[in-house]
Design a protein around this ligand. Structure first.
Ligand code: ADE
Ligand code: ZN
Length: 326
């Protein structure tokens, strides 16, 4: 349709993307083959069939298992470069990427191999596709505060190449307050702060992300809608929420895209953006997310423009770069 073409034509920014969640089944087989790793699947179709999740944890179990094929610096490079190549086709011009360092270091992979593979691909992607990018070190919240501190220390040689730190993995039972001190330390180092909150967790987790962690963006934030005072605050602070429609559908945060709160959020004046989260696992990259949610909620051209603009406003880009792409 005309709206689909409009969406495809617009330059976009993506602010919520886990690079390990862009690992396509074909790539998983290729890396398993070259690294001599046995997979519990015999075909690409087997993998896609297995991607049926009842909640966040069911997804995370397959996500952490899948990424075990990532072994070498070249693997991290190839993973990242393939993602950039793919979003170039979606006219995505700027991306801020999370990586789950602990999910690799706990398997014995060197931190340097992970981050240098990713950073080298980001650099090459800017040269080849003109996509600007930032990298965010995301702490796994099911692991300890001490483990997060250790990971922040490992990142020391790269502080000037990191935009910030994030917080992801199993939300329930792991409130933001568990990471107060490591976020304070990250802040003191000049790093920006991001946290997943209100995906499955209650509104109080969003308050904690704001008040205790002092985050610069909220990832997801859907359940903020249960608390009017919280909504008013997020609106008045202009806090960016990185919403992920197809992720919410696949993880049963919503039962149907027609019941997704994105349009309500927009109409309330929340600074919502559209993102893909883990595109390989959730069945779509950034344009698919825009198109599917636009169709389900009957979004207008103005809604789409607002969402795209929110993406650039919520991004860490120079004004000059914004002028160049928008
Ligand atoms: N890790 C990767 N994707 C995630 C998500 N949507 N929520 C929490 N942790 C994640
Ligand atoms: Zn996420």
């Amino acid at each position: 349709t005309q709206l689909h073409e409009f969406i495809k034509s617009l330059p976009k920014a993506e602010l919520h993307l886990h690079i390990e969640g862009s690992l396509e089944p074909e790539q998983m087989f290729e890396m398993a083959r070259r690294n001599g790793i046995a997979l519990p699947y015999s075909t690409v179709d087997d993998i896609r069939t297995a991607y049926a999740f009842g909640n966040l944890q069911e997804f995370l179990d397959l996500y952490y298992a899948g990424m075990s094929v990532l072994q070498t610096r070249q693997d991290f490079y190839d993973l990242t470069y393939a993602y950039l190549q793919r979003i170039h086709a979606d006219n995505c011009r700027h991306v801020e990427i999370f990586f789950d360092a602990q999910a690799h270091t706990e398997r014995g992979i060197a931190f340097a191999d992970v981050i240098e593979g990713i950073l080298n691909a980001l650099e090459q992607g800017e040269a080849d596709f003109g996509i600007t990018s930032h990298l965010i070190l995301s702490f796994l919240r099911h692991l300890s505060e001490e483990d997060a501190f250790k990971t922040l220390e490992q990142a020391e040689p790269y502080y000037d190449r990191l935009l910030g730190v994030g917080l992801d993995s199993s939300e329930m039972g792991h409130p933001p307050s568990k990471f107060e001190r490591v976020f304070a330390k990250s802040n003191a180092l000049g790093l920006k702060l991001f946290a997943h909150a209100g995906e499955e967790g209650p509104p109080i987790y969003v308050y904690e992300a704001l008040d205790i962690l002092k985050v610069d963006r909220i990832d997801h934030g859907n359940r903020s809608l249960e608390d009017d005072a919280l909504v008013n605050r997020l609106v008045s602070e202009g806090m960016t929420l990185t919403v992920c429609p197809l992720s919410n559908l696949k993880l049963c945060v919503v039962d149907d895209l027609k019941n997704h709160p994105l349009k309500t959020m927009l109409d309330l004046g929340l600074a919502v953006t559209v993102n893909s989260d883990d595109p390989s696992y959730f069945g779509g990259y950034i344009n698919d997310n825009y198109i599917r949610i636009a169709d389900a909620l009957d979004l207008s051209k103005d809604d789409i423009v607002k969402l795209v603009k929110n993406g650039f406003d919520g991004a860490y880009m120079s004004d000059a770069r914004k002028c160049e792409v928008m």
